[in-house]
Write a protein that binds this ligand. Structure first.
Ligand code: G4P
Length: 538
């Protein structure tokens, strides 16, 4: 197969949702379709349960298992599908944001009863920043949910994305009859059945003919005809280009647990979702079909065994072909590295691989060479963009509780921040270390790992800050003045960029008014940010 054929064959995406909307169930049904797993429940057992928030060991154990499910690859109808798993737990939201940098599209699961929830909003916002194409799956149609027109309006309004239904439900809850596929003009009748795999699909020539009455009551037929007339009056024919540019999100309705609407979702996804495309590096655009390898690390997973410090770095291949036992150039350090045991992930298994293509994710055993965001090439000096840090929400000062182990603490916290467990900020004078996270769980993780892997003891002192802003200003003098005036709240990130830690929304507004020349960025990579994001405080 040529490189171009390998690329066209691949679809790399993530399924995202607010916890409980049905992400795990949908992932599992996709894997069942692909024949990658034989029984339901295989993915479920690997998921980090949201109930066990304080049971850290349990979570770490599950994170360990989750290495294998970080990427789930399978073949379906000549396509190679790479599903990148994202942790559902909100405290691991940063992991999810980073994973989104490695996909070519996403499927967003929305619960028909609950509608758009908080985490969905934040995740879609991250997708919109990078124009990642989005498909929406409205799940749990077997339950009494919100009115579908209201749901569409709610999604448009809260996710700030233009939507277009491609299927339309016939009732819901106990009266749910199925969906009408507006795109293919087919009727898909619902049967509550958790073990069925393929849907029973009926081609309908015209909704106004008699044929439909064989399957639906007069009342349901009338309602469907009215709804479809309304929808067709509002929407233009579906435009794949708009979807692929991230401007239009097609919407599907179904019930993951009943395996209903999944096949048409998967098949339409394969039909319209983009294969790996060009990616922007700081130096130039890198096209997927270039012969030379390039790729970047978006996730690092520590080995849970304290006797083995090695970690697994997950690299997304962006161009060319990756080969085992071949030297590649690590652009940050200038080192040449080769990998004897690169792994790919098929469903629940980790497999030694000898080659990988754009869109694939490989696991590289690492003894400390990689940081999140690192690029590998065949010699060219490239640095892929689009792996920003997002503002943490909880800030605590790291306190050393064993002065004899200062070095270990220093090394440990640096490595953990390179892995992306938390963000480390430093403040002068005194080299104060401030840890920023999106959830409390990370502090438990850090404390535990510093003690067990590095032999260092620490405590955390809560700080009143609520958000971090990376600050820039065309006028260096103004920036300096601001930094002196606010020195108690100025820290440096791992790249030594100045960051302002704000105590409240009001505090930010005041600073913005007093220093209108200064730009307050909520993410660390400014030029990828949408202008409204780059300066917003929320
Ligand atoms: P998540 O990964 O997004 O957190 O969601 P998950 O798939 O775990 O689904 C959350 C709950 O919703 C599960 O129930 C699951 O069975 C249920 N669910 C998923 N799809 C549907 C659907 O189409 N209809 C209905 N009615 N329920 C659905 P649970 O009680 O939390 O877990 P379990 O005991 O079923 O495993």
């Amino acid at each position: 197969m040529t490189l171009k054929q390998e690329i066209d064959k691949r679809k790399t995406f993530a399924i995202i949702s607010h916890p409980d909307a049905g992400k795990t169930t949908l992932t599992e049904k996709f894997l069942l379709f692909g024949g990658a797993i034989q029984v339901a429940g295989a993915v479920k057992s690997n998921k980090i349960r949201k109930t066990s928030t304080s049971d850290f060991m349990e979570i770490e154990k599950q994170r360990g298992i989750s290495v294998a499910t970080s990427v789930m690859a399978f073949e379906y109808k000549d396509k190679r599908i790479n599903i990148l798993d994202t942790p559902g737990h909100k405290d691991f939201a940063e992991d999810t944001y980073r994973t989104l940098t490695a996909v070519d599209s996403v499927i967003v699961v929305v619960d028909s009863v609950k509608g758009v929830e908080e985490q969905t909003k934040r995740l879609v916002e991250v997708c919109r920043m990078r124009n990642t194409p989005v498909i929406i799956f409205i799940n749990k149609m077997d339950r009494e949910g919100k009115d579908p027109f209201d749901l569409i309006e709610e999604i448009d309004g809260t996710l700030h994305i233009q939507t277009q239904p491609l299927t339309w439900p016939i009732n819901q809850g106990s009266l749910f009859k199925g969906v009408y596929n507006l795109y293919k003009k087919e009727l898909n009748l619902f049967e509550s059945n958790k073990s069925q795999l393929a849907d029973e699909v009926i081609s309908i020539e015209s909704l106004h003919g008699e044929q439909i009455l064989k399957y639906l009551s007069e009342k349901d037929t009338k309602k469907l005809r009215d709804d479809v007339e309304l929808i067709e009056g509002v929407f233009e024919p579906f435009d794949k280009e708009l979807y692929q540019s991230g401007l239009l999100a097609p919407v599907f309705f179904g019930s993951a647990i009943n395996n209903f609407g999944i096949q048409e979702l998967l098949e339409t996804f394969l039909d319209i979702a983009p294969s790996p495309r060009s990616r922007e590096a700081a130096e130039r655009m890198v096209s997927a079909d270039e012969n030379k390898l390039s790729g970047f690390v978006f996730k690092i997973h520590a080995n849970l065994d304290p006797n083995h410090r090695d970690r697994i770095a997950f690299m997304r291949v962006c161009s060319g072909k990756f080969e085992r036992n071949t030297f590649y150039y690590h652009t940050r350090t200038g080192k040449k590295l080769k990998f004897a045991n690169p792994a790919t992930f098929m469903a629940n298994e980790k497999i030694l691989t000898s080659e990988a293509y754009p869109g694939d994710v490989i696991g590289l055993y690492d003894s400390g060479n990689f940081k999140i965001g690192d690029t590998l090439t065949e010699g060219e000096n490239l640095h892929f963009k689009g792996i920003p840090s997002f503002s943490p929400e909880i800030f605590k000062e790291l306190e050393n509780r064993d002065p004899m182990k200062t070095k270990q603490l220093e090394k440990g916290i640096n490595q953990l921040s390179e892995e992306g467990v938390a963000q480390l900020f430093k403040q002068e004078p005194g080299n104060r270390k401030i840890i920023g996270t999106v959830g409390d769980l990370q502090f438990e993780v850090i404390q535990f790992r510093l003690e067990h892997e590095y032999g260092a003891k620490c405590a955390f002192i809560p700080l009143k800050f609520f958000k971090a802003f990376w600050i820039t200003c065309p006028d260096k003098k103004i920036l300096e003045t601001f930094m002196i005036r606010k020195s108690y709240a100025i820290v440096r990130d791992k790249e030594n960029n100045p960051v302002f830690l704000a105590e409240s929304e009001w505090n930010v507004t005041l600073s913005k008014n007093d220093y209108p020349e200064i730009i307050f960025h909520t993410i660390s990579e400014f030029d990828v940010a949408h202008s409204t994001h780059s300066t917003s405080s929320g």
